[in-house]
Write a protein that binds this ligand. Structure first.
Ligand code: PAF
Length: 286
């Protein structure tokens, strides 16, 4: 059974009766099979003495003024069912006051990489994500925490933050769960109309093509051109950014695994995706 708790004291009490290997799966609710995969990974990793806590908190600070904070899908009843069938021990749905007691700001060190990719159109987003995850870590004090690779940029910053500030907390990265046509599962997929959903497979298709081209020695320019052409076969999808970067989000050299990262808009819905990519030297690719 999954216990649903709200306040921090209630959370502590619930945790005290469960296993001591505490694993936190931070979410903003609207749970889907992708979150189920994170919870599964947490359970496997935590083992017999595990206590898997899924936090369910739509963090107001990480949404920009023009973003979808108000309409972000919220359904605690369905979240509880999904958390339960994935085997979480606790679903913790704190209030804003639980997470931000007194509302004093945490001092989060800035980084130029906060301004690229997602940060280009979402100023302040990563400072807010790091702040909320830091606070969730402080409250839950997990042994490890699980994050999906779909939000790759977030995963990198959280891993770096944890290493600096909370090195005792292990960060477990879980590969992206995809629908049958390859679309990365996301809570925002529910916004898509059926026409938009029908063309959304172009996003993973184009990324897969990019990975193939890279293995044959294509240049970044050639890869980006092909991805752009594939996505542009639908006039319902507009590319926001398309980048090929190293795993620490700096320049990618040939012969080293990095990431191809994309953000697109389908109508008002913004979706992101990424895949590992290895750029070959033309001479090594035969
Ligand atoms: O990835 C998310 O759902 C959120 O950014 C997170 C990590 C739960 C912080 O609010």
């Amino acid at each position: 059974m999954t216990l649903l708790v709200h306040g921090n004291a209630e959370l502590r009490l619930a945790m005290s009766g469960l296993g001591s290997n505490i694993c936190l799966v931070p979410t903003m609710g609207a749970l889907h099979d992708g979150h189920g995969t994170l919870i599964d990974a947490a359970k496997d990793f935590a083992g017999k003495d595990g206590c898997v806590v899924v936090s369910d908190f739509v963090n107001p600070k990480q949404f920009g003024q023009e973003e979808d904070f108000e309409k972000y899908p919220r359904n605690l009843e369905s979240d509880l069912k999904i958390a339960h069938s994935a085997g979480a021990h606790i679903l913790w749905a704190p209030s804003v006051e639980d997470v931000y007691p007194g509302h004093w700001p945490l001092d989060i060190e800035s980084d130029p990489r906060f301004e690229i990719l997602e940060g280009r159109t979402r100023p302040g987003h990563f400072v807010a994500v790091i702040e909320v995850v830091t606070r969730l870590f402080d409250i839950v004090q997990p042994n490890f925490a699980v994050f999906g690779e779909k939000d790759f940029q977030q995963l990198i910053f959280i891993s770096e933050m944890a290493q600096k500030r909370d090195p005792q907390i292990g960060i477990l990265a879980v590969p992206t769960k995809r629908a049958a046509d390859g679309l990365a599962l996301s809570s925002r997929n529910v916004y898509l109309s059926s026409d938009q959903r029908n063309v959304a497979h172009l996003i993973p298709d184009a990324l897969k093509k990019a990975v193939q081209l890279a293995s044959k020695g294509a240049t970044q320019f050639e890869i980006k051109k092909t991805v752009t052409e594939m996505i542009n076969t639908s006039d319902l999808i507009e590319i926001d950014y398309l980048e090929i970067l190293s795993n620490d989000l700096t320049e990618l050299k040939t012969g080293v695994v990095g990431r191809i990262l994309i953000a697109v808009k389908l109508g008002n819905t913004r979706l992101i995706d990424n895949m590992p990519i290895l750029l070959q030297d033309k001479n090594d690719s035969n």
